[in-house]
Design a protein around this ligand. Sequence first.
Ligand code: ATP
Ligand code: MG
Length: 658
Amino acid sequence: MVEEKVEHTIEALLQERRTFEPPGPFASQANAGDPSIYERANQDPDAWWASQAEELDWFHKWDTVFEGGFPHHKWFVGGKLNASYNCLDRHLASAGDRVAYHWIGEPGEERTITYKALYEDVCRLANVLTELGVARGDRVGIYLPMIPELPVAMLACARIGAPHSVVFGGFSADSLRDRMNDGGAKVLITADGGYRRGDIVPLKQNSDKAIAESPSIERVVVVKRTGEDVSMQEGRDLWYHDLIADASPERDAESMDSEDILYLLYTSGTTGKPKGIVHTTGGYMTGVSSTHRLIFDIKPDRDVYWCAADIGWVTGHSYIVYGPLANGCTSILYEGAPDWPDKDRWWSIVEEYGVSILYTAPTAIRAHMKWGTEYPAKHDLSSLRLLGTVGEPINPEAWVWYQEFIGGGKTPVVDTWWQTETGAIMINPLPGITTLKPGSATKPFPGVFADVVDDKGKPVGKGGGGYLVLTRPTPPMFRTIWGDEQRYLDTYFSRFGRDTYFPGDGAKLDEDGDFWLLGRVDDVMNIAGHRISTYEVESALVDHKAVAESAVVGRQDPKEGERIVAFVTPKAGREGDETLLQELRAHVAEVIGKIARPHAIIFTDDLPKTRSGKIMRRLLRDVAEGRELGDVTTLLNAPILDEIRGKSDALKAAGEEE
Ligand code: ATP
Ligand code: MG
């Protein structure tokens, strides 16, 4: 099946032929139902984006839609608005009593927060922050669990024009310190602790450690969540509930320039040291609200929408906070783990609240696959009408599993490609229009210009594989890396020149021109002259009925060149033994070709992942090649690496590898 191809592209081996048309009843009611929007946006992208920006409330309309080009671009220049106003104030008259969040704590508490209540809490905290000396442009650190005070804190910052820098609550004191120092935050908002799998995460203790080495932090606001004893430093640390008790529930929203910074946020760190991504106001809000409305087909008065990510990642910023609230919709906000107290926690939430739209990551879907279908089967999931995925390339088998066992075999599944840098979804189906293909993110969102090119930057055309690029700026994209303009230029605008954005991902185009993401180009293997993506081999492995998850890396062998090493997690009840090993090698040969057969397969219960759940192949490569591990600060499950290293060494010692 492998054809000779020019060496400077990535091979397209995997042939996934299943397709799913938009179900008729879905298409007829879809927010995006007219395919001509693609053409309209193509012909006049500025007019298209302006039409999306007009859905927001502006204090003052922009003079020009778009100025500049890569690497420096501005959107809605001269326009004035406020993100918090767009998320709250403008809904009060018509939907003040609508639920903004159904909050569910891990131990089981529930809180219903209406738009009116959220507005008042945000105003109170905005007033408090001003009292504490936070002014327009000052950075505020936020290190909280998934509790309502987290979106409240973000919106309070947005209200007064203070960029927030949210640090995921699962990060260590050192990670918090580095991010606070990089951004120069003046105030930190944290909690006494948070719940995770029944344990308490000592957020205040971590904060104390971090702040000891973060000299810019003047005040610490502490939310009482667990009631644990924590030390409060006189003059520096203040209880949230004391501060807001007397604060006024009214506060005007600052009029911000469209290009003013809304927030900074660090990337997941899959490939190395995280980057402080800078997002501005007008373009970002336009991007997140329009993508949320059109891709998730949001009906604000009916849907119960759940993005099951953590707000600490960009997915949560854009699709738990700013997008959904700008659209006035009702969301679920769940504090805890999917398998606590048991592996059906998510499905019991879907059933109880009648969740209609669910957005999660391939890593979560594969975990549910591993646990087994009996957990979703215990619950009535018929309220679901649309499913989404983001974070990694989704293996076709996982896509189909998701649609069948969660979506009842009927819901569209939208695979959405984007990054912290792009701020909003860039490549995705529109569920009322697009023919879905498991494993394909399909087409650029209207107004987004993407292509796949070879080493020289030449488009590979339909049927080819290579490097994903964006050829024209879009409003929600980041403007720079905080404090490191040079890194901004070097990382994204050096490979193919200053006018082409290179996200670092590989992709292929099928015969219809649909996009298939192939993972990071750093991970691409060179096997006997063929450049093969790890994703395609992984997908062939996951295609086998006994496999839940797999990670594939290339290992440099001094004599043989690069060889394929696969790390495989079997589904519950399957043994990773010699029989399975042989079956898997044969299976890969059959699905994508002999050349892609793994030379070694190592069975493991888990894979090294970032705290956002992405597989860290670079660490597996270090293990496979017997090197010191690279940057592990963003690694979630460190012990698994020792275990894998042991197995990998044992394999090599036994000379079992073919
Ligand atoms: P760092 O840039 O620090 O290494 P990161 O790239 O993991 O971290 P994020 O911005 O959270 O940080 O992740 C964006 C990346 O996730 C994309 O570049 C891509 O590799 C991957 N990704 C996200 N969504 C998809 C998707 N739907 N299909 C394929 N890959 C995806
Ligand atoms: Mg990245």
